[in-house]
Each structure stands twice: as structure tokens, then as C-alpha cells.
Design a protein. Structure first.
Length: 130
């Protein structure tokens, strides 16, 4: 996995785990790979991996069955969606709007550009599902 220098590695791994849950790879009450297995997969120290698991456990996205492993918490999808949407609106959107303003986009141009991209990606997803 390629890591971004702008964000701690444990958070990037936590985001990847959340993507696996959102995509349906790991469902509710599904056992997820162990700290050591995931550490080997992402080529990171088990302590970094443990930090990711602790972070997700604090957010009630995963839970630990002592001696058995970590599992996806029921209701984790709604928690992830709420958290990801908040991050998008609080962090990514303001940066995108600032850049668009810097590049001279009008409000209408920006809205139209987002609408076109949204429609294009939505169409791609529909084509994939057929």
C-alpha cells in the first residue's frame, strides 16, 4: 500500500479497513484479519496496525473477542458513513472550493463541474453493475 505523507499511517490503514467494510468485503460480525496478518499485508509494524485497530475500536467500528480476534461491529456502516461524510465536508470540500476560487471558477461553473463529474461517475457505477 502506498502511504500519503500528509496523514498518519494508522489512519490511512483505518480508512482502508473502513472501505473494506463499506464495499461489503467484511460484513457485520465478520472476523477481520489479525493484527499480524494485516501488518504483513500492509508491510507495517504490528504496533502501527494495533493503533489502527484501537482507533476503530474506539469508534465502535470493530470489536474484540478476547482470544478470538477482531470483528466488524453491527451498525458500523452507518458510523463509517457519518464519519466519512463529516471528514469530506469539513476537510476536502473547503480545500476544493478554495482551489476552484483560486483558478477563477464562478459558483455556477463549480457547481456544473461537480454535477458533470458526479453524473459521469454515477453512470460508470451503473454500467459496472449491469
Amino acid at each position: 500500500m502506498q502511504f500519503n505523507d500528509n496523514m498518519p499511517i494508522y489512519l490511512q490503514i483505518a480508512d482502508r479497513i473502513c472501505e473494506n467494510i463499506l464495499s461489503g468485503k467484511w460484513g457485520s460480525d465478520c472476523r477481520i484479519p489479525s493484527v499480524r496478518e494485516m501488518g504483513a499485508e500492509y508491510q507495517v509494524n504490528p504496533n502501527t496496525m494495533m493503533r489502527s485497530y484501537d482507533y476503530l475500536q474506539q469508534k465502535n467500528i470493530i470489536y474484540n473477542k478476547r482470544g478470538i480476534g477482531y470483528f466488524v461491529s453491527p451498525g458500523s456502516i452507518s458510523l463509517i458513513l457519518e464519519d466519512q461524510r463529516k471528514k469530506l465536508i469539513d476537510n476536502d470540500l473547503p480545500q476544493m472550493i478554495k482551489k476552484m476560487l483560486l483558478l477563477g471558477f464562478s459558483r455556477e461553473d463549480a457547481i456544473e463541474a461537480v454535477r458533470k463529474e458526479f453524473d459521469s461517475i454515477q453512470q460508470e457505477k451503473q454500467n459496472e453493475n449491469q
